[in-house]
Write a protein that binds this ligand. Structure first.
Ligand SMILES: Cc1ncc(COP(=O)(O)O)c(C=O)c1O
Length: 681
């Protein structure tokens, strides 16, 4: 295995400019460091990784030779500099040394390298030990290039990129170790960051002369000399790390203690932390990309949960969509006139779903189903609504909960204070596939029913016979049939589910995936029905802003060019397979249900304890920096390179569950962050 030490060094250090070229013994600091490092038996190559800045030409002139190579890269994205240097040299194991450690001890390097290999670790260091750290200045970090490729992908914040290896020890994703050496020297500061440090290190170098002292001898020498030790003993260790976090975490306070200023915690039930694990699930985020969520401070997670509650099918912060949105913003996303983006988006929608003739837009899904219901009532002059499934929070829908239990419609025990009692009886739920239940409503209320609204599919394939029956009854009874494809559309196929089954509704509603998280929702249909909007006042300022339209146009273009639904299924299937494989390894009986793009799972035969056991899984996955719950929405952000990390974390979780069950322990005793409320949509 090729072991390459990469030494980061630059002239532009803010605290001690030009430090690496300051004289030290018979050399300058960097030469001194490289000579010591070259004595490591495990190293195949040494590279100095510096920046492309003109100032650093001096470093290149000094060290570029046969034994030490030079790589030049970004000044601030030090991680990328390391990655490119490692890739160029085809390193398999990378030893990270920083230019502020001129006293580097080759024996410590060899010890770390050998131990990483022996223990099959991703990462090892001697410098992250909070209890008994080595003196500051002997830092060695060693990691595999394969794990470093993943670190490169998940390090989405500038602090993670500047400090290169935060991803290893600030997340629980990797197989890491910090070596703990027995010694009494933790208080010593032998690193080179400030002028005072330089004085200390110069005294050591002068004393050492031509000998090669190891870290213990150096530490002993300094600790025996009060005069040397006190030169820099006032400087706080790792202050720059702390600063990176406080600079970057403007939301630090919010992240640590979410204030009560958002009534009831969140505008969306499904994003409330208590749906997963009240104390452990991140409540806020500061940055999200692909499947990585950074929730401020040191908390960085890989998301395997609700994928932006089904909205971000193309992944968080999808460049393709974001670029178009940014362009729209730069062109003025709102003004006194309607946006041309609205026309473009609608033409693209008609292109994808050719029976549609016209559309109207809102910004949220529930608002769009409300618009569809209003159109149906306006068109038919009737009032009652028959529905199946979840369609939002508005009065027309929640009115059903005045008289009915909605447990079969994804939401149980919804609180409905404020919904006028007078609306009781205006909305009635029927179960998908229940011919008799549906027919009895039709025969009793046909003269009053304005619309039937349902999702053509959710957790299983469409029941074509039932949908055909519903279609026929609606046609025969002057009832508007609305397909709510807010969750099914652009997920289970590359457009609308109803196109696959050849049953057209009168109105169709989309949201979520068509905006990849940007606020956009649409009601569309034949002009003959859509025209009823003119008979009812439906109007809103933000229905005309253009960010939503441009996001939608971009999403539709992406779907036209790429087999998105198929790709989602592939990812969903892979994660599902890992779940069932790991469960069987630990003898756990689990059941998954749903389509590969959107599925849920539960422990079989554990009805009463299922929630508790799933909470334990969620909590242990959180310990490993993974967001995972009882539902999985696939997104294109899910990256197959991370599958092994997911599997490794899941093994720990299922091992914990299996041992609880084997020992007949009460799962409730093992929940430490609070029981979740799984099962609520
Ligand atoms: C089928 C369906 N209809 C309506 C809605 C409500 O959409 P929104 O949350 O954007 O208001 C949802 C949301 O999950 C949904 O899945």
């Amino acid at each position: 295995m090729k072991v390459v030490a990469i030494v980061q060094a630059r002239m532009g250090s803010s605290r001690l400019p030009g430090k690496v070229l300051k004289p030290l013994g018979d050399n300058v600091v960097l030469e001194f460091l490289l000579k010591r490092l070259a004595q490591s038996a495990t190293l195949d190559e040494i590279i100095v990784a510096t920046t492309e800045l003109a100032d650093d030409n001096q470093i290149v002139d000094l060290v570029g030779n046969d034994t030490v190579k030079v790589h030049r890269g970004s000044e601030n994205d030090v991680l990328q500099r390391y990655k490119n240097a490692a890739d160029e040299s085809k390193a398999e194991i990378i030893v990270r040394i920083t230019g502020d450690c001129p006293l580097v001890d080759p024996e410590l390097v060899d010890h770390c390298v050998n131990r990483l290999i022996d223990r099959n670790l991703d990462y090892i260091s001697n410098c992250n030990n909070a209890l008994n750290p080595l003196p500051d200045g002997f830092d060695v970090e060693v990691f595999t290039s394969s794990s470093f490729a993943l670190i490169n992908k998940l390090s989405i914040t500038s602090a993670y990129r500047e400090h290169v290896t935060f991803g290893y020890f600030k997340t629980g994703l990797f197989n890491t170790e910090t070596i703990n050496y027995e010694h009494p020297y933790s208080h010593l500061r032998l690193t080179l960051d400030y002028e005072e440090d330089y004085k200390v290190i110069s005294r050591i170098a002068d004393e050492m002369g031509t000998e090669d002292w190891g870290w213990k001898k150096i530490s002993k020498f300094v600790s025996n000399s009060q005069n040397i030790m006190k030169i820099n003993s006032h400087i706080v260790r790792n202050a720059s790390w702390e600063k990176s976090f406080s600079d970057e975490s403007s939301g630090r306070e919010l992240v640590l203690t979410r204030p009560n200023c958002i009534a009831n915690g969140s505008g969306l039930l499904s994003k409330r932390a208590d749906q997963f694990s009240p104390e452990g699930w991140p409540e806020n985020y500061l940055k999200a990309k692909g499947q990585v969520i950074w929730s401020g401070c040191e908390r960085l997670f890989l998301d395997y949960s609700i994928g932006g509650i089904g909205a971000t099918t193309l992944g968080f912060g999808c460049d393709f969509v974001d670029k178009r949105v940014i362009n729209t913003i730069l062109n003025g996303s709102a003004c006194s006139v309607n946006s041309s983006e609205e026309i473009t988006a609608t033409q693209k929608l008609i292109n994808a779903i050719p029976w549609i003739e016209s559309a109207r837009y809102t910004r949220s899904g529930g608002e769009a189903t409300t618009l569809a219901v209003r159109i149906a009532r306006a068109k038919t002059g009737k009032t009652k609504i028959l529905f199946s499934g979840y369609h939002g929070w508005h009065d027309w829908y929640l009115a059903a909960a005045l008289n009915h239990k909605l447990g079969n419609h994804l939401l149980e025990d919804l609180p409905i204070a404020g919904v006028p009692k007078e609306l009781g009886g205006t909305s009635m739920p029927f179960d998908y596939g229940d011919f008799n239940g549906f027919d009895s409503y039709i025969s009793e209320h046909r003269a009053d029913i304005a619309a039937v609204i349902l999702e053509p599919m959710r957790y299983s394939l469409p029941d074509i016979e039932f949908l055909q029956h519903v279609r026929t009854e609606c046609t025969n009874n002057n009832i508007i049939l609305i397909f709510d494809e807010i969750s099914s559309g652009f997920r289970f196929n590359n457009s609308a589910v109803h196109l696959d089954i050849g049953i057209n509704p009168d109105l169709v509603v989309f949201s979520k995936a068509i905006g990849n998280g940007y606020p956009i929702a649409v009601v569309a249909g034949k002009s003959e029905i859509m025209t009823a909007v003119k008979d009812s006042f439906i109007s809103s300022t933000t229905h005309t802003e253009s960010i939503g339209f441009s996001a939608m146009s971009a999403v539709l273009d992406f779907y036209e060019a790429n087999p998105v639904s198929q790709d989602l299924a592939e990812r969903g299937k892979a994660i599902r397979n890992i779940l069932t494989k790991v469960a069987s390894i630990y003898g756990l009986d689990i059941k998954t249900s749903g389509m590969d793009q959107l599925w849920s799972w539960s422990f079989e035969g554990e009805t009463s304890r299922n929630r508790q056991l799933q909470t334990i899984v969620t909590e242990t996955m959180l310990d490993n920096s993974i967001l995972f719950s009882n539902r999985f929405y696939a997104t294109l952000g899910i990256d197959s390179d991370f599958y092994p990390l997911f599997e490794r974390a899941l093994k720990k979780s299922f091992k914990a569950v299996s041992s609880i069950l084997e020992n007949h322990e009460d799962p409730a005793d093992h929940i430490h962050l609070g029981l979740n409320k799984l099962g609520i949509y």
